[in-house]
Ligand binder design. Sequence first.
Ligand code: ZN
Length: 430
Amino acid sequence: MKRVSALLLTLALISVSLLAQAPQKETVLIKAGRLVDVRNGRVLTDQAILIEGDRIKEVGPAQAVSSHAPASARVIDLSNSTVLPGLIDCHTHLTFDPNHTGYAGLSISIPREALYGAKNAKVTLEAGFTTVRNVGAGGYSDVALRDAIEAGDVPGPRIDAAGPGIGVTGGHFDNSLLAPEFHFSRESIADGLPAVMAKVREEVKYGADVIKISATGGVLSKGDSPEATQFSDEEIRAIVIEAHRLGRKVAAHAHGAAGIKQAVLAGVDSIEHGSFIDDEAIRLMKEKGTYLVPTVYLMDWFVENYQRMRVPEFMVEKAKIVMPAARQNIARAFKAGVKVAFGTDAAVYPHGLNAREFAVMVKLGLTPMQSIQAATVNAADLLGWSDRIGSIEAGRFADIIAVSGDPLTDVSVLEHVAFVMKGGQVIVKH
Ligand SMILES: [Zn+2]
């Protein structure tokens, strides 16, 4: 009997000490003067958000939510600010840098690329982007960066990583800057049905969350035309079927109208850039529910800086045609009501300036609320992460930002975030 009670006592002591050691989930109460309800497209006043650990537990009128908060809750007072969900950029290249455009990029190793990624991940997060879709990186450096951020080794946004983008020999994702005797071809180049199918499987094997393809030529590449298609219809269809079979979405870089239509008909999930989108492509995208990820701010920065960046002349020539046309055509697509998700192509310009995209989207016809929805609910939907991010709702990650001023009257206030929280952790507080 004595031994039994001694045993019970020991067990009780062990469980008490285990309880004491269990990490306490911190509770935080954010008071939000104005809160952007992105799902319903409205602004609510005098709200509060209750956060437990890395998740939102409750959101609603300040008085009601505050009454549910434990006395130990840490209070963050944003009652003079506008509070929004953490922003999502669906088109970044965290491991690339504007100074590596053209020949300069040939000297950057993959390990060095990954370290640029660590630097750029931090500035992107501090700019209020708590999630990015990284659509193209060398040597799976974006997958490594994603994992390092997840492990808490380096600060950065959540990353939906594409690994190296799949393209054709001599296409936008190949690198044609070196002379033939160097026999250089990028790791993700594939021609023909078995090759493209194997490439999708290989991408997934090495950790890609999403498949990026190049459906047309590009601007910052040699010897390809942004207006011409690259894959055959059969190749692009095989890629989409394999990707979807493996539970991965497909993002298609496409400037020319023919390539946009080919990719949309093959079933890709988003068209990146969409520079020469025409009425038929707009109609097809609306019919299929394909997202457009326009990247329209970059022109402003490029025009001002390409000389300093020593961009090769043939790239500048293409940019002068593609970039202004893109603004006109994207404005037509906005007016027609295609689904839009926010993307920047940051890396063409310095990371951290991502929010400059908002003002251009508004200039081209979206309302400020629509541009904010593109970077929150819509972007989360495109990533397939609506249950985790993109809105301030119970159960989502506590990814929250705040700005002083009203982004619904002047969307450019998003370029200067005063507060950033990712998964309940305060990253920025001015
Ligand atoms: Zn890009």
